[in-house]
Design a protein around this ligand. Structure first.
Ligand code: UDP
Ligand code: MG
Length: 324
C-alpha cells in the first residue's frame, strides 16, 4: 500500500498566492500518485489562520471542486507556529506522512520528490534546508543567518537554514503531541523528538505574490521565543557575569583600602557614580531576563489550548456520509 501524504500549509491572508499554490500542489500530488509513490487519498490541508481576506472562502471553493484540497479554519489568528501545529495534529489523523510548507511558494515544491525518496530509505524526519539565500534581502539574510549561529552558541539543536519545510511520519507527530508547551518553536522541537533524520537542500525562492507576514517585530519575537524556550544559557550567563563583577569589586575594595593606608585617598566621585549606574543597569537587565523566564513559566502553567479549530472540512464531509 502506498502511504497517504498530507501537505500542510498554514495561510494568513494569502488570497493572492492561493490559486497558484493550489494548482502547483495539485499537479505535484497527481504526478506522485501516478508514479505510485503516494496513495490516491493524499491531500493538501490548508490551515486558515484567522485570515481577514478571502483565503477561507477560496479554500472552501477549492475543496468543493476537488476533494484533494481540504482545510481547517482556526477561530482566530494564532500565528504561524500554532497554525502549523493545528494542521500537523489534524493531518496526523488521516495521513502516514505529512509535509509542512509555506503558502507563498518560497519552498521549492520539487524538493518533495527527494523528501519522499528519503522517506522510502527509512527516515522519519526529512528537514528541508535552504542551500542559499540569494533571493532574500541582505537584511533578512544576515539577521536570519546570525540567528541560527546564535542559537547554536546557546546550545539549541537546530538544523542550519531550515525553516518549517519538512517531512515527518505519523510516528513522529504522535510523539510531538506529547510536547505540551505553549511557546512553540517547532523547528527546535523536532530534533528533540529524535528518530532517524536527514536534510534535503533546496533553493529558496522569492515570495510568489503578496507580502511577508513576518514583520521585523514578529521575527524578533520568534527569535526570542526560540532562545528562551530552548536554552537556559542566558540565565547562567547572568550568574557568571555577576560573579565576575563581584570578584572585580572585591579587588577594587582591597585596592582602595591599600591606597587609603598609603595616604592616597581616591578623589572624584565620577567613577563612583558611573559604577553605581553600571551596576544598577546590569541588575535591571538581569532581573528583566529572569522575569522573561518567569513569564514563560506563568504561561506554561496555565495550559491554555494552543489553537481552536472552528471548521474541519474533512469532518464535515464524514458527517455528510453518515447522514446519507
Ligand atoms: N502565517 C500564518 N499566520 C501568521 C503569519 C504567517 O499562518 O500569523 C503563514 C503564512 O501565510 C505563510 C507562512 O506562515 O504561509 C510563512 O509566512 P511568510 O511567508 O509571511 O514568512 P517569511 O517567509 O517572510 O518568513
Ligand atoms: Mg514566506
Amino acid at each position: 500500500m502506498n502511504p497517504i501524504l498530507y501537505v500542510v500549509v498554514p495561510c494568513y491572508n494569502e488570497e493572492k498566492v492561493l490559486e497558484e499554490t493550489t494548482n502547483q500542489l495539485k499537479k505535484k500530488l497527481d504526478s506522485l500518485i501516478k508514479k505510485k509513490i503516494i496513495s490516491k487519498e493524499s491531500k493538501v490541508l490548508y490551515v486558515n489562520d484567522g485570515s481577514k481576506d478571502n483565503t477561507w472562502k477560496m479554500i472552501e471553493e477549492f475543496h468543493k471542486k476537488d476533494s484533494k484540497i481540504t482545510g481547517i479554519s482556526l477561530s482566530r489568528n494564532r500565528g504561524h507556529q500554532n497554525a502549523l501545529l493545528a494542521g500537523l495534529m489534524t493531518a496526523k489523523k488521516y495521513a502516514e506522512i505529512v509535509i509542512s510548507m509555506d503558502a507563498d511558494l518560497q519552498d521549492d515544491i520539487d524538493a518533495i520528490d527527494e523528501m519522499l525518496e528519503k522517506y522510502q530509505e527509512g527516515y522519519d524526519i526529512v528537514y528541508g534546508a535552504r542551500s542559499s539565500r540569494k533571493e532574500d534581502s541582505l537584511f533578512k539574510k544576515t539577521t536570519a543567518e546570525a540567528f541560527y549561529k546564535f542559537m547554536k552558541i546557546l546550545g539549541v539543536d537546530c538544523v542550519y537554514n531550515h525553516a518549517d519545510y519538512r517531512l515527518t511520519t505519523k510516528k513522529v507527530l504522535e510523539e510531538l503531541e506529547h510536547f505540551e508547551e505553549v511557546n512553540l518553536f517547532l523547528r527546535g522541537m523536532f530534533p528533540l523528538i529524535g528518530f532517524q533524520s536527514t536534510v534535503v537542500y533546496y533553493e529558496r525562492k522569492k515570495r510568489f505574490a503578496g507580502e511577508s507576514k513576518y514583520s521585523l517585530g514578529k521575527m524578533l519575537n520568534f527569535a526570542w521565543d526560540g532562545i528562551t524556550s530552548f536554552s537556559i544559557k542566558p540565565l547562567r550567563m547572568i550568574c557568571v557575569l555577576g560573579f565576575i563583577i563581584l570578584l572585580g569589586s572585591i579587588i577594587m575594595m582591597i585596592y582602595s583600602i591599600i591606597r587609603y593606608f598609603t595616604g592616597n585617598t581616591v578623589s572624584g566621585w565620577a567613577s563612583l557614580a558611573v559604577s553605581i549606574w553600571f551596576i544598577g543597569g546590569l541588575q535591571l537587565t538581569s532581573i528583566g531576563i529572569i522575569g522573561e523566564y518567569i513569564g514563560k513559566v506563568y504561561k506554561e502553567t496555565k495550559k491554555r489550548p494552543r489553537y481552536i479549530i472552528e471548521t474541519n472540512l474533512e469532518e464535515l464531509k464524514n458527517r455528510e456520509f453518515t447522514k446519507k
